[in-house]
Design a protein around this ligand. Structure first.
Ligand code: ZN
Length: 310
């Protein structure tokens, strides 16, 4: 049942919303200053409120600050490069992400803090682990519902998903909500995992500007082996991503770049010459971590498609 703030605790609620706003300002400042999408937890945890350091990410997952009733943040730990992160499969029939209780006890103080945030409609920050010690911050998110039998809460990862009727949901609404969850959580987390693995550098031309980079799928989303895992991704700049998608260039399973022969015969300006033709025969710049390298079987399947398009 929904509970509302009373006059008695309005002072507390004021302080609560000041704390949350200060946290969002802190995150905005960090992302703006670094021009990054993901941050090391040490940087995220430099948050100060009234001169006091407050860790925003904690080991246990749910962050509740002493003196405040509602949870402030939640966290999902990182997944190894070749595994699908748990939240990808944890989207419920309501289109929201389902977040497990801390432990088995619904009365645990952390679970109570999330329940309180749900009842009061409080905005939280969600930190999604994309590599060891590195997080993608998503905010504001809201706790929308609780399923006590499954020991989980339903999280809206976008304001457009907040406060919607969860009782009767038709196929259209389910599709819309699932789509929003993908846009706000799944796509950015895949992108962050792949960019982080490649140190935010185009694997073909070494361009090192994340605003000009994409996480390209080797096999597309929807393909039986098109899972959103790092070995099915390559960090490419916008030009090389588009050229790869349209089979103007291919990547051999031995990581050598091949430019389509018609293109090699063309003569045009510097972008064609340096940006594309000169990439022919070069080797991909691979992630340091072997587990993050592009999967050769997937590359082979994709390369066959490139060849057949020649
Ligand atoms: Zn490039």
């Amino acid at each position: 049942m929904l509970r509302f703030a009373t006059v008695r605790n309005s002072q507390l609620d004021n302080e609560d919303s000041t704390l949350r706003q200060a946290m969002f300002d802190h995150l905005n400042r960090l992302l703006l200053a670094t021009q990054a999408e993901f941050l090391p937890f040490r940087v995220i945890n430099t948050f100060e409120f009234h001169g006091q350091r407050i860790s925003l990410i904690v080991q246990s997952g749910i962050r509740k600050v002493a003196g405040f009733s509602g949870a402030l943040t939640i966290r999902t730990t990182f997944t190894p490069p070749s595994a699908v992160p748990p939240y990808v499969d944890d989207v419920g029939s309501d289109g929201l992400v389902h977040y497990k209780y801390r432990g088995e006890d619904e009365g645990h103080s952390d679970n109570r803090a999330l329940r309180y945030a749900m009842e009061m409609g409080l905005p939280l920050a969600y930190f999604v682990g994309i590599a060891r010690g590195t997080y993608l911050p998503i905010y504001p998110v809201y706790v929308e519902a609780e399923d006590r039998s499954r020991h989980e809460f339903a999280i809206a990862v976008d304001e457009h998903l907040h406060g919607l009727d969860l009782g009767s949901i038709d196929d259209f609404q389910r599709e819309y909500r699932t789509g929003m969850t993908k846009i706000r959580l799944h796509q950015p987390s895949f992108r962050s995992r792949v960019l982080h693995a490649y140190n935010s550098t185009c694997a073909i031309c070494r361009l090192h500007h994340s605003e000009l980079l994409d996480a390209a799928h080797i096999l597309p989303d929807g393909h039986p082996r098109g899972a959103p895992i790092v070995p099915n991704g390559i960090t490419l700049c916008k030009l090389h991503h588009a050229a790869f998608d349209r089979n103007l260039l291919g990547i051999r399973p031995d990581f050598i770049v091949e430019v389509r022969s018609e293109l090699l015969r063309e003569i045009d300006g510097p972008m064609l010459q340096h940006g594309l033709k000169e990439m022919n025969g070069t080797e991909l710049v691979l992630p340091r971590e072997r587990a993050s390298h592009p999967d050769k079987d997937r590359l082979e399947e994709r390369y066959e498609e490139f060849q057949s398009g020649k």
